[in-house]
Design a protein around this ligand. Structure first.
Ligand SMILES: [Fe+2]
Length: 222
């Protein structure tokens, strides 16, 4: 069902039939190359979509300028969430799936996925903002992220949303190279990283969203 809604969104945002086929093919390739990354991307897309829906109805934050900004580019943020790791198509599978710690060179290659994703999409008409969001999803609030080392308000709010959900899903899902954490442990870690990796404003917002959301999600416990 989620895959269908993401596909419909891809089709409606793409400006031509060829463009929509191009994006679907890229995502299909990612699903074949690395099903885990594709599934992670679908989950990040779902969480970001639901969080944005929450922001649309939340009276507490409705008048904040940051919320107005993300609501004005909601479709682009949701698509960037789905495609945020598309650049991993250009990273060797041996590096993507390595169980041991990556060497310095391997890390350098892994980090290239943000620029590769950006380059794959920036020339498609109407995808410049989506490409920019993808390029910023590993920037950090304290300026120690990559590829540009942007900090604080230099980072587009939409990229901060994706970055928080990306980290949350990475912590709470089974991965070969790290221990799976409970939802409450992951939320605690997000709080610890507020002001460092993440913008405290958006961490607070995500926690409010999850507190409301988990009341309706019997399969997940905070
Ligand atoms: Fe990434």
């Amino acid at each position: 069902m989620e895959k269908v809604s993401a596909h419909v969104q891809l089709k409606s945002t793409a400006q031509s039939f060829e463009q929509s086929n191009h994006l679907s093919s890229l995502f299909q390739l990612l699903s074949i190359k690395d099903p885990d990354v594709a599934q992670h991307s679908h989950r990040v897309h779902e969480w970001v979509r639901d969080w944005l829906e929450f922001l649309n109805q939340d009276p507490v934050q409705a008048d904040d300028s940051a919320v107005k900004t993300v609501r004005s580019i909601q479709v682009e943020i949701e698509l960037a969430a789905l495609l945020h790791d598309i650049g991993k198509l250009g990273v060797l599978s041996e590096i993507l799936n390595k169980k041991q710690a990556l060497s310095e060179d391997e890390w350098r290659m892994m980090k290239l996925h943000v620029d590769l994703g950006y380059q794959m999409l920036e020339r498609l008409p109407g995808f410049d903002l989506i490409a920019a969001l993808i390029r910023q999803h590993h920037e950090r609030f304290d300026g120690r992220g990559y590829p540009l080392g942007l900090e604080g308000s230099q980072i587009t709010p939409g990229a901060q949303l994706i970055s928080i959900v990306d980290a949350f899903d990475a912590m709470t899902s089974k991965r070969c190279y790290q221990k799976q954490r409970s939802t409450s442990e992951a939320l605690e870690e997000l709080k610890n990283e507020a002001g460092r990796q993440f913008d405290p404003y958006w961490v607070k917002s995500f926690i409010r969203f999850t507190q409301q959301s988990f009341e309706f999600r019997a399969d997940l416990k905070v």
